[in-house]
Write a protein that binds this ligand. Structure first.
Ligand code: PHE
Length: 458
């Protein structure tokens, strides 16, 4: 113990308890990171932005920006041990700066609520694909009938809203009862999802168009990528890693003091990117083998995967399991989106965990109606970036998350003392130096330049 500050930090405890082990933390953060972003969003965005160049830029962002931001978020979270708003406020003051840093926490909590409002709608699509799969509705279909199946479903507002309601309901029950059960479920479900993706990879390997898919994903054609695409890749990198909105900060608050933040970050980033790549390697060959269009948009995955399941021997069985697992992956991410808001409400109002979860879940459900209707009744209601869904997605992923990430790294690298950060990141070694360079200069500058380019200010 070199100073009073570290004594103070040692005794600081989270109100909500701690993760039971390092593995539990890694599982929880991976559970939050791996979700619809990897399996639904990554392939459709890569497809819409021309493939290779987008994937390359995305990977660069994950490693050069995502890693240092994630380390910053975890270290801030663990040092403050409160919800993101209170942690930023507390550390702002403790590090001799301003309490106003709390607004970064507030922006994060808001982003989480907005993201979950559309995330839940897409997760609802996933849920309804479970009974469709189980009842053998994909068997013997072709590209046209699979498309129709999807289009008919999303054009029905009642069905979409119902699915969204069910997903938010499940989410509420889990969040209300704390994270212990989930910790156990994630440990089993994540490896299962990975295995199933490998089974699908085998099918896509034998689809006859595997190389075409690989080339699409890994041949960079920079003409196909404009600044908007670069911004989208950056937003997606933040989104799939769950950074820039306090989820990782909230989880870091429950991290035992002795766990290495660097090692945990590396494991999570590798798992998250690995699963996104795997999803791409499964989906793109199938797109080309079936003459589908990679730039199809948000429905890409719902049109390619059922098609191949329908042609497989044990397709009914495997597709049921797949959509169950994907729903779970969405659920573990949804919890990360909601935890900052719920933790904040529990700590700063008189509502208990159950009541807070109910209030926040209802609010998110209500906002979600905008997205649910974006695919049917309100599909012609277009402004700024497109439908309501497209606007909420743009605002959160491409504006709020990158800004949250910039301020998080600026706070960790410029405002916090070297003493505090090196204590959290185990000393002054090479890793610490690299982190500090990336967090201090590279990440904030790169994010700001891309951001300003894309909105046309420079
Ligand atoms: N990372 C999650 C996904 O890829 C989404 C998410 C974003 C979860 C932010 C929590 C916080 O699906």
């Amino acid at each position: 113990m070199q100073n009073n500050d570290s004594v103070h930090v040692e005794v600081r405890q989270s109100l909500h308890g701690n993760w039971s082990s390092r593995l539990a933390f890694i599982m929880a953060v991976t559970g939050s990171a791996v979700g619809l972003g990897n399996i639904w969003k990554f392939p459709y965005m890569a497809g819409q932005n021309g493939g290779g160049a987008f994937v390359l830029v995305y990977l660069l962002f994950v490693f050069l920006i995502g890693m240092p931001v994630m380390m910053s978020e975890i270290l801030i979270g663990r040092r403050g041990r409160r919800n993101p708003v209170a942690t930023m406020k507390l550390l702002g003051e403790e590090e001799g700066n301003s309490q106003q840093w709390k607004w970064i926490g507030v922006m994060g909590v808001t982003a989480g609520i907005l993201i979950l409002s559309y995330y839940s709608v897409i997760a609802g699509w996933t849920l309804t694909y479970i009974p469709k799969a189980f009842l053998g509705q994909f068997v013997g279909t072709n590209a046209v009938s699979i498309s129709n199946l999807f289009d008919e479903f999303v054009s029905n507002p009642v069905a979409v809203i119902l699915a969204h309601t069910i997903f938010m309901g499940i989410n509420y029950f889990i969040i209300a009862s704390g994270v212990k059960g989930l910790e156990r479920a994630v440990k089993f479900l994540m490896p299962a999802l990975l295995m199933l993706l490998f089974v699908l990879l085998f099918y896509s390997l034998t689809s006859g168009s595997f190389m075409q898919g690989v080339l699409f994903m890994f041949t960079p054609d920079f003409d196909a990528l404009n600044w908007d695409g670069v911004l989208t890749a950056m937003g997606l990198a933040c989104f799939t890693l769950s950074i820039g909105m306090g989820a990782i900060m909230a989880y870091g608050a429950y991290l035992p003091q002795e766990t290495s933040i660097t090692n945990a970050t590396v494991s999570v980033v590798i798992a998250d990117t690995g699963i996104a790549m795997l999803a791409g390697l499964v989906i793109f060959p199938l797109v080309f083998a079936n003459d589908l269009n990679p730039g199809e948009g948000p429905d890409l995955v719902f049109k390619t995967l059922p098609l191949v399941f329908g042609q497989m021997q044990a397709g009914t069985f495997l597709s049921t399991i797949f959509f169950v697992l994907l729903s779970f992956a969405a659920l573990t991410s949804a919890l990360g989106l909601m935890e900052p808001a719920v933790a904040w409400m529990v700590e700063s109002t008189k509502f208990n965990r159950k009541q807070s979860a109910a209030i926040i879940a209802s609010m998110i459900w209500f906002f979600g109606l905008g997205t649910a209707l974006s695919f049917n009744t309100l599909s012609d209601f277009i402004f700024l970036k497109g439908t309501i869904y497209e606007n909420v997605d743009f605002l959160t992923s491409n504006v709020m998350l990158p800004l949250g990430a910039v301020f998080t790294t600026i706070f960790a690298a410029w405002i916090m003392s070297k003493n505090s950060t090196s204590e959290e990141l185990d000393g002054h070694g090479l890793v610490y130096k690299i982190w500090r360079f990336l967090a201090k200069f590279f990440a904030p500058i790169a994010i700001l330049i891309i951001f300003l380019q894309a909105i046309g200010w420079i």
